[in-house]
Design a protein around this ligand. Structure first.
Ligand code: SAH
Length: 497
């Protein structure tokens, strides 16, 4: 079977602006050829087994020339691969998508094109600028501000001024003063509202709203650089009132999320939706203890226990997998009651079709141990190094228990000099800590002697906070031990800063 090339528009930056069809194409790709400007969150959708070819390494100035890209696409497709060509924004809006298809059609290679959301419209939208508005304009013009090598700009400024529509210039940052001069000398009023939007739709977005005459100075003063769009037209006057992005409670805040990779998703997504610049830094990983003869034996004599106690989703998952290995299902648990430390763990049980009989009012180990309405024996399936607060509370009440480690917490220790430097430069004002072990993993990764003075740890509960304080990290503690309460805490901390 022959290969195929799908040109996919990745959108302007915010990974949420990728289309469903674009995502499906990426998930089925065998080879992905991508540019810089494509967000890491979208690159993360590429299947593990697929080959990635970066043709836009700007930093090393080793850009693959256009003919080279065309050839790569052709060769990969002729080799029978399902190729996705991933491009920023829309492939056909100053994206050379057409050029890339020419060689493919010459060779009769199958292709498809999945349009993307262009920065020309989306960067404006995220800056509160509707590119058209009935009161202000009746056309929209998207213009390149890039001159071909060694050539002057070939823009017909008179025609643009005469048309009176909204103007959007892409690739125009370095030519911006010339573009402004061109419009002014073609007779456009210097008071015409104008704007630039840098890194539009990303957490680093900045906007510069001015008039045509003042734009060059204002943009220079702000140090606006590429990628940015230039917008000219009355619609730009709406920006201050409509800039919804900047009104989000975590707009522009950098927050380090230290959860294990498999569990970071929800917290990161919630923070991002509120505007945060989330840095995912999974410094711990949980791995089930396999085989786990102690758990196997305990489950075989489950009738000895009145309660089965879980203190984390990872514990529930290790238990679920063991139950499956034993060839049993939920019916086997009919005689035993289930306790969960908090809502996340209760949800993990729910996903197995099980309802927790007991969740303490305050979601921590001490309250679980003191509050569980147990009379008979308790089976605890949890981390290798679990909090002693749980067993101490049971001891005090002389309740018998078996405390069986079913998973280990592994500190992923990438020894991050980069993060260490960012901390030193005060670039990381917040980190979320959702367990004491995330604090330990974080500290062991950046080094206990790192500079934590500009960091505030947003902690899920008291035990986690105590661990952070031990390392000299300033803390704020969530109202209750839930992910939503950590998000709330982040908003509260950001509003005070
Ligand atoms: N095909 C792309 C445009 C590629 S040309 C699209 O449809 O968006 C590259 C230019 O796009 C940059 O010079 C800049 O002007 C603009 N651009 C791309 N991403 C941008 C972003 N996130 N914010 C502002 N401008 C962006």
């Amino acid at each position: 079977m022959g290969g195929k090339v799908t040109l996919v528009g990745a959108g302007p930056g915010d990974p949420g602006l990728l289309t469903l069809k674009g995502r499906a194409a990426i998930e089925q790709a065998e080879v992905v050829v991508y540019d810089r400007l494509v967000s890491p969150a979208i690159l993360a959708m590429i299947p593990a087994g697929a080959r990635r070819i970066n043709v836009g390494k700007e930093s090393s100035h080793h850009l693959v020339p256009q003919e080279g890209i065309n050839r790569i696409l052709l060769e990969e497709a002729l080799a029978g691969h399902n190729v996705v060509r991933l491009k920023g924004g829309d492939p056909f809006v100053f994206g050379r998508g057409g050029e890339e298809l020419e060689l493919l059609t010459e060779h009769g290679v199958d292709f498809e094109e999945v349009p993307g959301i262009t920065s020309a419209i989306a960067a404006a939208a995220y800056a509160g600028i509707p590119v058209t508005h009935r009161d202000f304009c009746s056309s929209l013009h998207i213009i390149t501000g890039h001159a071909r090598a060694g050539k002057e700009l070939t823009i017909d400024f008179e025609a643009l001024v005469r048309a009176g529509g909204t103007l959007v210039f892409l690739m125009g940052v370095s030519a911006m003063p010339k573009i402004v001069a061109g419009l002014l000398s073609a007779g456009m009023d210097g008071d015409t509202p104008a704007a630039m939007v840098e890194n539009g739709t990303t957490p680093m977005q900045r906007r510069c709203v001015a008039t045509l005459a003042t734009l060059p100075d204002k943009a220079a003063a702000m140090g606006i650089h590429s990628p940015a769009v230039i917008l000219v037209g009355k619609v730009c006057s709406l920006s201050d009132g409509f800039c919804w992005v900047e009104k989000r409670p975590l707009h522009g805040r950098t927050i380090l999320v230290t959860r294990p990779k498999t569990r970071a998703g929800t917290l990161s997504d919630k923070l991002r939706a509120l505007g945060a610049d989330v840095w995912e830094y999974p410094c711990i990983e949980t791995t089930p203890i396999l085989p786990c003869p102690a758990m196997t034996a305990a489950l075989e004599r489950l009738g000895d226990y009145e309660w089965l106690v879980f203190t984390s989703p990872a514990g529930v998952e290790a238990f679920r997998d063991e139950l499956r290995r034993l060839g049993k299902d939920g019916r086997y648990l009919a005689g035993v009651k289930l306790a969960a430390i908090g809502t996340g763990t209760a949800r993990a049980l729910r996903e197995m079709g099980l309802a927790a009989d007991y969740v303490p009012e305050i979601y921590d180990a001490a309250h679980l141990g003191s509050g569980i309405p147990a009379e008979g024996k308790v089976l605890i399936l949890r981390a290798e190094i679990g909090s002693p607060a749980l067993t101490q509370a049971l001891d005090r009440r002389t309740i018998a228990y078996d405390d069986i480690p079913v998973y280990q917490t592994v500190y992923e220790n990438p020894r991050s000099e980069e993060l260490r430097a960012a901390l030193e430069e005060g670039k990381v004002p917040y980190a979320t800590f959702t367990s004491a072990s995330t604090v330990k993993g974080f500290v062991s990764s950046v080094g206990a002697d790192a500079d934590f003075s500009s960091l505030t740890g947003l902690c899920i509960g008291e035990q986690t906070a105590a661990e952070a304080r031990r390392h000299g990290i300033a803390v704020e503690v969530a109202r209750e031990a839930t992910i939503d309460a950590v998000v709330e805490l982040a908003c509260a901390a950001a509003s005070q800063a």
